[in-house]
Design a protein. Structure first.
Length: 166
């Protein structure tokens, strides 16, 4: 089945501004510098005719993981994430796919960036699947919780970035 990811962030700025602050190469590098952990980095960034795609690495320190997870997975969780954004009639839609070093499984998500009334809404719906008998569900739950926290921190970074430049 897998563990669900469901995250929502609201911004007062226009969709185009939030999109730029969420996908621009220099902003991504700044965000990774602050939130990417010791393994953070931007491996690829390509602007496409209707959006952008990028690959990044983020680390979650072993010290942040529950003891039960540390017995199953030695060291930091290193997440490799591929993100694609494309313009559509309502704003932007995207997909994210991620893997974690040493964990058989994947993280998949759909993202939307749209204007609702006077707010820009960033939504992420996804799922974490780990294929380890007996312990997979525990790892899925912890990874989903950590990804949701990371999405919240990214939204806070984006809000501050926009406010500082507004």
């Amino acid at each position: 089945m897998g563990s669900r990811i469901d995250h929502r962030a609201e911004f007062t700025q226009a969709v185009s501004e939030v999109y730029a602050a969420s996908s621009d190469e220099s902003v991504l590098r700044a965000r990774l510098s602050q939130l990417g952990g010791k393994h953070g980095g931007l491996q690829e960034h390509t602007v496409t005719p209707d959006g952008v795609k990028y690959k990044l690495t983020q680390g979650i320190g072993a010290e942040q993981l529950p003891q039960a997870v540390r017995t199953l997975h030695k060291g930091d969780l290193i997440v490799h994430r591929d993100q694609v954004w494309q313009a559509d009639e309502h704003g932007y839609v995207g997909t994210a796919n991620a893997t974690v070093n040493g964990v058989p499984g994947e993280i998949t998500a759909k993202t939307t960036l749209t204007r609702v009334d006077d707010k820009t809404i960033l939504r992420t719906f996804g799922e974490v699947k780990v294929r380890i008998p007996l312990f997979g569900a525990k790892l899925e739950s912890v990874i989903a919780e950590q990804v949701t926290k990371l999405l919240q921190h990214e939204a806070e970074f984006t809000a501050k970035w926009l406010a500082d430049r507004g």
